[in-house]
Write a protein that binds this ligand. Sequence first.
Ligand SMILES: *Cc1c(COP(=O)(O)O)cnc(C)c1O
Length: 390
Amino acid sequence: MASHAYPRAHVPVTPVLSAGALLGPRDPHISAMTDSGEVRLVTSGRIALALAMRAIGLAPGDRVLVPAYHSLSMIPPIVAAGAEPVFYRVRSDASADLDDIAAKAQGARALVAVNYFGFPQDLAAIRAFCDRHGLAMVEDCAHSFFGASGGRPLGSFGDYAIGSTMKFLPIYEGGCLVSSRHSLAKVDLRSAGIGFELKASLAAVERGLEYGRLPAARLPLALKDGLWKLLRRGKGKGKSAAAALTPSSSDSSYDFDPRWLDKRSSLFSRLVLRFAARGRIAQRRRANYLALQAALAGLPGMAPLFPALPADVYPWAFPVVVADPERIFAPLKMAGVPVIRFAEKLWPGVDCPDSIELSRRVFAFPCHQELTDAEIRWLAATICSVVGAA
Ligand SMILES: *Cc1c(COP(=O)(O)O)cnc(C)c1O
């Protein structure tokens, strides 16, 4: 069934701007990857990945070890750098297979490790492996903007770390490149222009209004009308103008557009990042994850991908392994349940059986900070009734 046949998700799949987003506890004990070293704020995670490849200084034909379980958006930035992606195996528990990595490391220059859904890999072991083999380690923290492993902040293990801030904050665009080991002085960024700045702020406000998270009712009517008109006008501009104005990474596309390599994230996104209520994000994501885990426990044909939620993990989403994905996907979507299918499509030629299984069978449900207790209860009850009836 085509995706346009499904109704709009009943609850937002990513964080939307709310009055509480910038208020509330800003707990400094919760580490974010941007605390780990030098930082460059760009417009997407894939642009940050391309900049990491550039910083490593790959020569044409260099091999880069990439997990067989991946987002399609991760591969073009590597190919665009002239490198050859070599896919290493990921086990059924989403852990990187170090034996397979060792078998494929000959002649490789770099390795990308992903902390899937916010759960860290064995980063100390991967770091040690990279040191032994002279590989540059890129820590993909697209799912783990916050968190630590063994007391060390995520993002601090790799030579470079990349993040996708859009996945964690109520912003329209955003990604980051971080390094605790190398200078990023050569990464020069500039503004993408006033049109982009406006679009980035209005798009975030629009989603907040759409899901009723902003106190729009209390805005003076004239101001609200003016705002809507501005938003509508932006929409009416047609595809080409919008495409030039904003990156396709903001439209759930896998495209890689090198025109964004030297563009800074919008002022709006940078301010949200700066003033985000970290403690609230951390606490809400964990609470929502645990509530979903408890409510869906024992549901036939569905089991959590990870057995437990460790301390210092602030999950991107709640991933489950489902027995019969084809049977329940459409009914869930029809009921308005947002289903994230990370790695649903894999790069051609991937032959790791566990990754292919994960790609097919893992569904993830949102657990972000803007979901209320009532919404999590609705999500859990709807999933239970759909899965029970299917
Ligand atoms: C989303 C994602 C990226 C790319 O991030 P964008 O901000 O969408 O460009 C990279 N790696 C992983 C694991 C992702 O899920």
